[in-house]
Design a protein around this ligand. Structure first.
Ligand SMILES: O=P(O)(O)OC[C@H]1O[C@H](OP(=O)(O)OP(=O)(O)O)[C@H](O)[C@@H]1O
Ligand SMILES: O=c1cc[nH]c(=O)[nH]1
Ligand SMILES: [Mg+2]
Length: 208
């Protein structure tokens, strides 16, 4: 499974700001969207373009136009919503599908509570977004749901990934490429990523 750690200086700088324990909700939220925008740029680098002719100011011009599958952005609720505006800034016509999951804090297993996919999901490229890939349970479940609905081309964008989650995804969904702003060290005893960001959902929504 391809795993890409996006080492762009802007990504590294912005993610570094997000690791400060005293960051405000406003700054964390803004930086989440900014890093998501940069990850989107990387994750769409190989999309197909084909020739198209437009009437230019001095006559017909052959230009590139995106071809192939249309895109659906798939935030994993709730924290994935924090990345959505950043992705849509670059792909404004993308449809949005959502998967609602929360992690049981004792078992770390994902619990599904909502799922709504756009029409023709089977014909679309899905960009699943969630700031945190920890044990991998949530992303694996979101991809399971997409595949059950017939979607076969799926990529994932995360801010921080733990090696444990990357390995679990490799085993469950080797066909899904992951784009991460950082591959961190490990999970702690309660399933949080170290050094990580803390609870991304709480920081984006200002809960706790
Ligand atoms: O890889 P995993 O071990 O499954 O953990 C990662 C998941 O945990 C967080 O969500 P959380 O369950 O806290 O829900 P929230 O987004 O509603 O805060 C995070 O946003 C991921 O969805
Ligand atoms: O480190 C982690 C792990 C799961 N969810 C988070 O928000 N942070
Ligand atoms: Mg949370």
């Amino acid at each position: 499974m391809p795993f890409f750690e996006v080492r762009h200086p802007l990504v590294r700088h912005k993610l570094g700001l997000m690791r400060d324990k005293d960051i405000s909700t406003k700054d964390f939220r803004e930086l989440t969207a900014e890093v998501a925008r940069l990850l989107t740029y990387e994750a769409t680098k190989d999309l197909e373009v084909g020739p198209h002719t437009v009437e230019g100011w001095a006559g017909p011009v052959e230009v590139d136009r995106l071809q192939g599958k249309k895109i659906t952005v798939v935030p994993i609720l709730r924290a994935g919503l924090g990345m959505m505006d950043g992705v849509l800034d670059l792909i404004p016509s993308a449809r949005v599908s959502v998967v609602g999951l929360f992690r049981n804090e004792e078992t770390l297993e994902p619990t599904a509570y909502y799922c709504k996919f756009t029409s023709q999901i089977e014909a679309r490229l899905a960009l699943v977004i969630d700031p945190m890939l920890a044990t991998g349970g949530s992303l694996i479940e979101a991809v399971n749901q997409l595949k059950q609905a017939g979607c076969s081309r799926i990529r994932a964008l995360v801010l921080v990934a733990a090696p444990e989650g990357v390995k679990a995804m490799e085993e469950a969904h080797p066909d899904v490429a992951i784009y991460a702003a950082a591959l961190d060290e490990r999970l702690n005893e309660i399933g949080y990523i170290l050094p990580g960001l803390g609870d991304a959902g709480d920081k984006i929504f200002g809960t706790k």
